[in-house]
Design a binder for this molecule. Structure first.
Ligand SMILES: Cc1cc2nc3c(=O)[nH]c(=O)nc-3n(C[C@H](O)[C@H](O)[C@H](O)COP(=O)(O)O)c2cc1C
Length: 146
């Protein structure tokens, strides 16, 4: 069972969340976890779950994720039925993880875990625990549906 945590973080807050999500997922026996800030669209085919971490900038997700999703669509890479989730740090409005979930669900027909996990600015200990729980929940969903 392979799980990818793919994230974008400019000042490190979402990165801290990503590390904790990966840690939580790794705690589930049988889950192989990759943590990365970039991936090729083709590489996604080998994962059973794709978890996207994204900070919100200018009420949006970063351009890098938009072009990444566009490339997956253009190349017709199927993510149908894979488990999807999203999380991210934000300051006041936090649109990005919600937008990502909508795309994973409606465009790529993934089996998404909702709602996304959003944390204001830097995650504190309680926030990091929530991230670990999310990672664990995703990995457990994979193991149980295998
Ligand atoms: C230029 C700029 C624009 C931002 N725009 C938004 C925004 O539209 N909505 C929001 O919720 N937070 C916004 N933020 C706050 C960031 O989402 C917040 O600082 C977050 O913790 C950054 O996460 P990162 O450290 O993972 O990059 C903005 C921050 C900056 C510097």
């Amino acid at each position: 069972m392979k799980l990818l945590v793919l994230y974008y973080s400019r000042t490190g807050n979402t990165e801290k969340m990503a590390n904790a999500v990966a840690e939580g997922a790794k705690s589930v026996q049988g889950a192989e976890v990759e943590l990365n800030y970039s991936a090729s669209p083709e590489a996604l085919s080998s994962f059973d779950a794709i978890v996207v971490g994204t900070a919100t900038y200018h009420h949006d997700m970063p351009l890098g994720f938009k072009s990444f999703f566009e490339e997956i669509a253009v190349k017709n890479i199927s993510l149908k039925g894979k488990v999807g989730a999203a999380f991210g740090s934000y300051g006041w409005s936090g649109e990005a993880p919600k937008l990502v979930i909508e795309i994973l669900k409606n465009k790529f027909e993934m089996n998404v875990i909702e709602p996304p996990l959003s944390i204001k600015y830097e995650p504190d200990q309680a926030g990091l625990e929530k991230c670990k729980e999310l990672g664990k929940r995703i990995a457990e969903r994979l193991i149980h549906t295998a």
